[in-house]
Design a binder for this molecule. Structure first.
Ligand SMILES: NC(=O)c1ccc[n+]([C@@H]2O[C@H](COP(=O)([O-])OP(=O)(O)OC[C@H]3O[C@@H](n4cnc5c(N)ncnc54)[C@H](O)[C@@H]3O)[C@@H](O)[C@H]2O)c1
Length: 349
């Protein structure tokens, strides 16, 4: 039986790919230590999702391990020799990173290196899929000319009509400490591809979302927004008039892309992975869509100060993904995704 090692298995992306690849007949090795609860407190606790996987996947084996534990990671990869590694464990919040710079770097950069080197030693032929982020571009996208529309910002430059491509600069802008630790990991993943010929790929995520996110204020935009709506809690909008734009992709479509990559891997690749322009929304547009499904008006307060290094408008240009993997496309629209998030929180709250 083929096996797959999935780090961050109790998180949004990790749990989705556990289910997806178990349905494809893989033995699933999930690695998670519920660090999200350490980052964000009880509302970030992902044990519920671990239990869900243990109850639903017959071939699921949980490994309670911290990716900073170099020896532990080495021993696990040596033992399992997985046919695929999907690395989705991280300190995921750019605001949080400033409070815990050592944890952030040790997990995002050091933890990724631990996995890469273990893969290099014990399964160098196995596709290594790394969840990177659009924060590797820092706040450089904010330098693109913008136009202000009624409810959102948009690019006012034809060159970016389809979004940000992978050739965009990652240099000389403000990344947040999180963005910087993810740049280190992203470059290292590319290097293990280019230098050692390993089939590695960085997926630079826009807003990754879905019903199984444990959204908190500092991470998990749509999940947290919907949770606030259902709990009739005040949502705080930080700057840019609430018109900041994100492209959102359902975690199921991420798993589908990973599947295509595994079937036909490439070396040292990089893709921008998001919902693309069709699945963008601003914060205030997200309120409206959520209200449609929940029937609850969203109360919010506005603070006229944006988050440090926050994008005003970001959406991914998906051309490269579609060119390399023409049978992949988005299958779950933004509206359907928000509907699913509303349904999921309605049961979980
Ligand atoms: N969600 C997004 O909008 C988004 C956007 C861009 C990039 N990404 C990236 O995608 C990946 C997955 O994101 P997500 O939204 O699923 O995150 P998540 O927080 O839902 O899941 C990550 C999981 O990793 C675990 N984890 C964290 N540190 C760990 C450690 N040291 N050892 C073992 N486990 C650890 C956490 O407990 C959590 O269950 C991350 O690399 C993140 O940076 C996410």
């Amino acid at each position: 039986m083929k096996s797959i090692l999935i780090t961050g298995s109790s998180g949004l992306v990790g749990s989705e790919v556990c289910l997806y690849f178990s349905n494809k007949g893989y033995k699933i090795h999930g690695l998670d230590n519920n660090q999200r609860a350490v980052f964000f407190g009880p509302s970030g606790d992902t044990r519920w999702n671990q239990k869900r996987l243990e109850q639903t996947i017959l071939t699921f084996e949980h490994h309670e391990l911290d990716i900073r534990d170099r020896l532990g990671v080495h021993e696990l990869v040596k033992l399992v020799k997985p046919n695929v590694i999907i690395h989705a464990a991280a300190q995921p919040s750019h605001d949080k990173a400033a409070q815990i710079p050592f944890d952030d770097f040790d997990i995002n950069a050091g933890g990724t290196l631990n996995l890469l080197e273990a893969a290099h030693q014990f399964c160098p032929e196995s596709p290594f899929i790394h969840m990177s982020t659009n924060k590797v571009y820092g706040d450089a996208p904010n330098l693109i000319a913008l136009k202000e529309l009624d409810t959102r910002w948009d690019y006012d430059d034809e060159k970016y009509a389809k979004g940000i491509p992978e050739t965009f600069t990652i240099d000389q802008s403000k990344h947040s400490l999180f963005g910087a630790s993810k740049v280190a990991a992203d470059i290292m993943v590319q290097e293990y591809g280019r230098y050692f010929g390993m089939p590695t790929v960085c997926l630079r995520g826009g807003c990754l979302t879905g019903p199984n996110h444990t959204g908190v204020e500092l991470h998990g935009f749509l999940s947290y927004l919907v949770k606030c709506n259902l709990e009739r809690k005040m949502y705080t909008v930080f700057g840019y008039k609430g018109k900041q734009v994100r492209d959102n992709i359902h975690s199921y479509d991420i798993a589908r892309f990973m599947d295509k990559f595994i079937q036909n891997p490439r070396v040292g690749e990089v893709y921008n992975l998001g919902g693309g322009k069709e699945n963008t929304c601003s914060v205030i547009e997200a309120f409206k869509i959520t209200e449609e499904f929940s029937g609850i008006p969203q109360s919010y307060e506005y603070i006229d100060k944006n988050r440090e290094g926050d994008h005003i408008c970001y959406y991914s240009n998906l051309n490269k993904m579609k060119l390399h993997y023409p049978c992949w496309d988005i299958t779950i629209s933004l509206k359907d995704t928000i509907k699913q998030i509303v349904e999921s929180w309605s049961v979980r709250l």
